[in-house]
Design a protein around this ligand. Sequence first.
Ligand code: SD4
Length: 288
Amino acid sequence: MAEPVVVATWPFGKTAVEVASKLLLQGKPPLDAALAGAQAVEDDPAVQSVGFGGIGNAIGTVSLDACVMDGKTLDCGSVAGVENIRHVAALAKKVYEKTPHIMLVGKGAEWFALQNGFQLETLLTPESVAEWYKKRPAKKLETKGHDTVTVLAKDSKNLLGGVCTTSGLSYKLPGRVGDSPLIGSGLYVDDEAGAAGATGVGEEIIRIGGSMFIVEQMRAGKTPQEAVELAIARIIKTATRRGKHPASVAFIALDPKGNVGAACTTGTDFKYAVARGEKIELLQAKEF
Ligand code: SD4
């Protein structure tokens, strides 16, 4: 039996990998383990970019995006623009379990949540409202802050699962959807090749189909580290073609053998958590 491995974005990813790794060691499926890890971050109001206590959009509303993917079956589910429901990653999983669809958005997703026993609640906290007022951009249409949690898990049979959940860029326009709930952009998982996930400015991740790009590089024989570096190179090249500075973007990847990769654009200062069995580390990604 191989050692379970979990990788998650940002320092708060430590919570996610700790929770997920314990479940993998108990023999739980990789998607369920990754989901429980992501949910622990959704529940933490101190993380103001995911779930409960997330920062509001341009009009101060918390609007959540999430997706999940199972590497064995390629089952995947997704929700976007969801208000007043905390566990959107679990809701995304329900979409593929209970419907013939992959993605539900806005009011339809909220209705589906209520039909499936999810509770309506206010996601703003006094702290997140104070933060929203304090950091409000001077210019209209300026977005700030990005700290999505993406969790990739591999079990002892080398099967993969992944989850991505976020309140998205803070001060985003109402109705704006980023990469995080888009299968192939914020997340992609295939047991035959590997798993990849993203964090950062979603528009740039969508533009290159970031996570799918990385998984296809692994399928073609690249290591996870080579694959994420190629994706960051693509982000930089795309920005240059458009006469822009590369936006803040980071990728993580995990292959079925348990090899991990991470890379980000300059200035992103991206840290990520890795659990190998019971050993947990916080690592710094290479910047390009
Ligand atoms: C988005 N990628 O909505 C998300 C934001 C984010 O860390 O935080 N990523 O574009």
